[in-house]
Design a protein around this ligand. Structure first.
Ligand code: NAG
Ligand code: NAG
Length: 326
């Protein structure tokens, strides 16, 4: 009799435990209910997407990147105009620093969110800052997954930018892979409206080589097509060096929609960037000053110094120095 009682109690107890654990505040079902209840989502913080707006930004702010510009406009517009995308938009931007990768990320953000890059829905991760210690990779993995999950459940149209992807621990990349795939829903959350952007400097030098070869063959830079550099971006992924490791798994599964090349910039592009910076800062356009600034930049390779070493980086701040100089 007593043991029957005990059995019953044990049964009740285990049922209660099961019920409680089903409503564990950390379980996904529960947290998505909470987030739906507390967050109104981000609908009222989004810009009505207008592809001519993006086209306009690309034309007036991004210079010397005819391949990147075309891919970005097509893929972002296609994605935004699709009410039911099958997977999140995943773009991998490659090129040396100063060639426009960050600029493109902010142009996309400005065309999506009212507050642009300052929006609460844009998340930037830098390996040196957010994931500095290799020994803590496991902690970072869990944290990153929770961040992505938490942010996408409060705003489906969240944007995640991973800067210096080439320095990112491959384990971390693996941890975000499930979110990039063609799942309808993962634990009750759909990631298909999110945007993931990977930035990498690692392939800069091979892009420079290709651009130089084109130049030396007497061909116009604008004749260069995606297919001329795409293989190079894909191949470098399979190199044994650390920089390649990360995107191997992304390529194998075809999770990246596009590998977007950013070519090294020449003197004429530095001039364009400078004029645009003058305009943005409300200064009088002055080609004499632009030429002075552009001429003072460092160009490479040594044998044939045609590409700006810093691209268009730092031009905004350099400008003040040259303006005072007049
Ligand atoms: C889209 O953007 C273009 C260029 O910025 C602008 O002229 C046009 O009025 C916009 N259209 C809509 C529907 O907002
Ligand atoms: C969203 O991501 C940020 C990091 O950018 C993180 O600090 C925050 O906790 C995340 N929010 C949620 C709800 O997970």
């Amino acid at each position: 009799m007593k043991s029957a009682h005990l059995c019953l109690w044990l049964l009740v107890l285990s049922t209660v435990t099961e019920l409680v654990s089903a409503f564990d505040p950390f379980s996904t079902a529960w947290s998505s209910i909470i987030s739906n209840f507390f967050y109104k989502g981000c609908e009222d913080k989004l810009v009505a997407f207008n592809s001519s707006g993006l086209e306009d930004s690309l034309q007036t702010k991004l210079f010397g990147q005819h391949i990147a510009s075309k891919i970005i406009l097509k893929t972002v517009s296609g994605f935004m105009n699709n009410d039911n995308p099958k997977k999140p938009l995943v773009l991998s931007l490659h090129g040396s620093s100063g060639t426009g990768k960050n600029l493109v990320s902010s142009l996309i953000a400005e065309n999506l969110y009212k507050e642009g890059m300052n929006s609460d829905f844009v998340h930037i991760f830098m390996s040196d800052i957010h994931f500095p210690h290799v020994s803590q990779v496991d902690t970072y993995k869990t944290q990153l997954q929770q961040w992505i999950k938490g942010n996408v459940s409060s705003c489906a149209q969240s944007m995640f930018i991973f800067d210096e992807m080439d320095k990112m621990h491959p384990g971390l990349i693996d941890s975000i892979r499930p979110y990039l795939e063609h799942y309808d829903k993962l634990d009750g959350i759909s990631y298909r409206k999110a945007i993931f952007i990977f930035l990498s400097n690692a392939e800069g030098s091979s892009l420079t080589e290709t651009a130089l070869k084109f130049r030396n063959a007497g061909r116009k830079r604008e004749e260069m097509e995606l297919k001329d550099v795409e293989k190079l971006l894909l191949l470098s992924a399979f190199n044994n060096d650390n920089s390649g490791l990360w995107h191997t798994s992304l390529i194998e599964k075809n999770l990246v929609d596009f590998f977007v090349p950013f070519l090294p910039l020449e003197y004429s592009h530095v001039i364009e960037c400078t004029m645009a910076a003058m305009k943005a800062q409300g200064l009088q356009l002055d080609i004499y000053i632009a030429d002075k600034l552009a001429t003072d930049m460092v160009y490479f390779p040594e044998s044939e110094p045609v590409f700006s070493k810093q691209g268009c980086k730092t031009i905004g701040s350099r400008l003040h120095f040259y303006m005072e100089d007049v």
